[in-house]
Design a protein around this ligand. Structure first.
Ligand SMILES: [Ca+2]
Ligand SMILES: [Ca+2]
Ligand SMILES: [Ca+2]
Length: 259
């Protein structure tokens, strides 16, 4: 088996370099100060392996592949060389708002060199990811590593279980369930009994039994007296008083005859 000679390998390498270098020169105009870094921005040597920034750009090409364009907003917030300063800070566009055709912002430092850093700026990448809606460690992921973030959750509130969503807790060190109150009962719907409430049919221990209720309390009709009792009550003559009168009249009649 014949092995390739050094000369052949050199020719092959030069061919690769020429082909690769010629394939993507347009990309230097697709991110701020790309023309300042030129090929060194994305390649260790012209056409060679990708630099740290080059690798991040290549992973986010739109569309993916050799014909893809630089997605600068997706790259600006990353920290290629891990020096704490984002690519946007180092290339003069911290917010990632620069667009192709805009004038280049003032160049700050090389995003491929950790010992080169912008002067007078605080690093945007704090190193540790916080739960705060930002990519604090500039790895391209926001709030990564916080389990359950954005997922449904439940929390007990005043004797009921409220539904909510896990959100970043105060201080950014974790997540907490954020839930609305249990909410008002719908109109017309009977409220759920609270634990400890008496059963609706349970009588109060101090209530009297139904048969112990005072009759006057429930019978409001006036009593109707019997007819014969009513007559006596209003002064009608009784059988006894009638007999006495007859006896008196009889005695008077006998005395008149005797006289
Ligand atoms: Ca740097
Ligand atoms: Ca992150
Ligand atoms: Ca964060």
């Amino acid at each position: 088996m014949r092995t390739s000679s050094p000369a052949a390998l050199a020719v092959l390498a030069l061919t690769f370099v020429a082909t690769d270098a010629a394939a993507h020169p347009f990309r230097v105009s697709q991110y701020p100060n790309g023309t300042t870094l030129n090929c060194d921005g994305c390649h260790i040597f012209p056409g060679g392996p990708r630099t740290l920034l080059g690798a991040q750009i290549e992973a986010r090409l739109v569309p993916p592949g050799s014909s893809g364009n630089v997605d600068w907003p997706a790259v600006a917030g990353l920290d290629a060389d891990g020096d704490g300063f984002s690519n946007g800070q180092e290339l003069g566009d911290p917010a990632g708002t620069w667009r192709p055709g805009d004038p280049p912002p003032p160049f700050q430092s090389n995003p491929n060199e950790p010992l080169e850093q912008p002067n007078g700026l605080e690093p945007a990448c704090v190193g540790d990811e916080l739960c705060d809606g930002a990519d604090d460690d500039c790895d391209g992921l926001v709030d990564e590593g916080f389990a359950g973030l954005g997922q449904p959750c439940e929390v007990a509130q005043g004797g009921c279980v409220a539904q909510g969503v896990n959100a970043c807790a105060e201080g950014g060190q974790g997540v907490a369930c954020e839930a609305e109150g249990c909410g008002a009962e719908p109109e017309g719907e009977p409220s759920e009994p609270e634990p400890g409430d008496p059963e609706p049919s349970d009588p109060d221990p101090g209530d009297p039994e139904p048969d112990e209720l005072e009759p006057d309390a429930v019978v409001l009709r006036p009593e109707v007296a019997p007819a014969d009792e009513g007559c006596a009550a209003v002064g009608g003559r009784s059988p006894v008083s009638g007999g006495v009168l007859l006896l008196v009249f009889g005695l008077i009649a006998l005395r008149r005859r005797a006289s």
